[in-house]
Design a protein around this ligand. Structure first.
Ligand code: 6PG
Length: 249
């Protein structure tokens, strides 16, 4: 059973994917600046897929405005392929963003898609435990960026995989229900401990899961995105008009 949300989500709707990504980039830059005024480092996790590419492009051009050496970058999920594979979430981020900025290699904490999934999920869980600051004794990100699939999946948490949704672990090896592809994914348990979680969702094909999740209706249980409810942190939805097409203005 999902815990009730502690705070109502903040929903921000923009005209198109470019504007939505630009607004989220601005939000992130402001958040980083605020956090680094009071902390030595900033800890963030990003998702894969196509939606974040516009955001990564904006972050690549924020360049000198961000002290990348004080930012630690993690992934929300990864396909179990080598980093140079076109489906690699890390590979895409590296191509569009990371190779254009000066983030120290030791700050880039990729999931090793080329390794055994179960062993890597355990290793990545330990890396999170060892590197992230603790909140009430448990590791917590400053921000986690999520996408949403047409079926309401997020990270690599897919409809019907209830064990992953309620797992006490931070990181799991799973298999994509349609393709059978091995994946590594963070779980709601670690995501919901974040100070801030941002969904970036664009396209009218996602309007239905967005509507059901934001309505918090009983039927939203079938959408893994509905399990993202920060325990004490804030949840933001950055949507374009297409993805927001079925929610009240
Ligand atoms: C992945 C992502 C996944 C993604 C959604 C949306 O590895 O595919 O982490 O959760 O966010 O599938 O993907 P698009 O942005 O491509 O629509």
């Amino acid at each position: 059973m999902k815990a009730p949300p502690t705070h109502a989500p903040h929903t921000r709707v923009f005209h198109d994917p470019e504007e939505t990504a630009g607004q989220l980039a601005g939000f992130l830059l402001a958040l980083i600046g605020k956090r680094l005024a009071e902390s030595e480092n900033f800890f963030m996790a990003v998702s894969g897929g196509s939606t974040p590419l516009l955001l990564f492009h904006r972050l690549a051009h924020a360049g000198g405005r961000i002290p990348w050496n004080r930012i630690h970058l993690f992934w929300v999920d990864e396909r179990c392929v080598p980093p140079g594979h076109p489906e690699s979430n890390y590979g895409q981020a590296q191509q569009v963003w990371l190779q254009k900025i000066t983030m120290p290699r030791e700050n880039i904490h990729r999931m090793r898609g080329e390794d055994d999934p179960v062993i890597e999920a355990q290793r990545y869980g330990r890396e999170i435990e060892n590197i992230l600051p603790k909140k009430k004794g448990l590791p917590a990100f400053d921000v986690v960026l999520l996408g949403l699939g047409n079926d309401g999946h997020t990270a690599s948490l897919f409809p019907g995989d209830n064990d992953s949704l309620i797992s006490e672990k931070s990181c799991l090896a799973i298999r994509h229900p349609q393709t059978g592809q091995n994946r590594i994914t963070l779980t709601p348990r670690i995501i919901n401990r974040s100070k801030i979680v941002c969904f970036l969702v664009t396209g009218k094909e996602k309007a239905a899961p967005v509507q059901f999740i934001l309505e918090n209706s009983p039927s939203s249980e079938k959408f893994p995105g509905s399990y993202i409810r920060p325990e004490e942190g804030e949840l933001y939805w950055f949507l374009d008009a297409g993805a927001a097409g079925r929610i009240p203005a």
